[in-house]
Design a protein around this ligand. Sequence first.
Ligand code: NAG
Length: 299
Amino acid sequence: MRMVKVSEGTLMGNHHRGSDVELAHVLLYCALFFLVGFFGSKLFSNEDFGVGHGMRQERMMRGVDGVEEVELRSVPHGVTGESHLSLIPFQVLSWQPRTLYFPEFASAEECQTIIRIARSSLIPSTLALREGETVENTKGIRTSTGTFITASEDSTGVLDRLEKRIATVTMIPRDHGEAFNILRYEIGQRYASHYDAFHPEQYGPQKSNRVATFLLYLTDVEEGGETMFPFENGSNMDIGYDYEKCIGLRVRPKRGDGLLFYSMLVNGAIDLTSLHGSCPVIKGEKWVATKWLRDQKQD
Ligand SMILES: *[C@@H]1O[C@H](CO)[C@@H](O)[C@H](O)[C@H]1NC(C)=O
C-alpha cells in the first residue's frame, strides 16, 4: 500500500520534464520501488521475533463490528508443545453437558477414506451390559453396525492425523483414547439414550472410565440421525423420559463436522446431563467415527 502512494507522488513531481527523461525516470523508479518492495517484504516475512520461531500469521477475523485484521504469532513453547498456532473454530452448544461443535474438523476426503477402510469389517454393534441385562432383552437399543480401528492399523494416516487433532482440542493425551469405533446407521437404525461413562453401581468397579466422547460425522444424513441430548441443562430429567424418544438438544450430522461432549464433570463425577443417543435415520445413511477418551492411559 505504502509503495503505491510514494510512487504516485514521485511521478507527479517529475511531470514538467521532457518525455524521454520522464520515461527513463519512471522506469527507473518503477524498478527501484519494485526491488525495494520485493526484497523488503522477503526480509519481513523471514524476520525472527526474538526467542520464538518468528512465525507470523496474518488472518482476517470477524470482530464485533465487521471485519478486522489481526496478527497472530506463536510464542516460545515447551519440549512437548507445538511451534504453531492452531486455528480450529468451535461453537459451545451447551454447558450442561459440556458440548462443543467443530465445523469442518475433517475434510470430505478424510471422511471418505475412513468409510472405505471400515466398510469391509462392519459387524453389529454391541452394548456393555448392566446387571440383569442380556443380549436378548437389550435388542433394539443399539442397532448400528460398526468396527474398531486403531490409528496404527490405518495405513492411510488419516486416523493418525485425526487422533492428533482430537488430542489438541480436548487436551486429553492420545494414549487415553480407545480405538476409533466407526459406525454405520442405516434407515431405522439408532442408539437409544445412554451414558458413555460407566456408573460403578450399575456396571461394577471400573479400571478407568470415559471422560469425553468425540464424534466425527462422516456423512450428511438426509433426514434423522441427529445426536440428541434429552437432559440438556437439566430439562426432561423428571418426566419419566422414554429413552427411545428424540427430544432435547439435537445435532444434525454434517460430513466433516465434529462434536465433543464430556460425560464427566470437572470433579470427576458422572454428568447426568450427558445422556445422549442417536435418533433413527429416516432418509439416507449415517456414518460416524467415535473416539472415547478415558481418565486413565489405555494399553
Ligand atoms: C437452565 O436451567 C436452570 C436450572 O433449571 C434454569 O434456571 C435456567 O433458566 C436454564 N437456562 C436456560 C437458558 O433455559
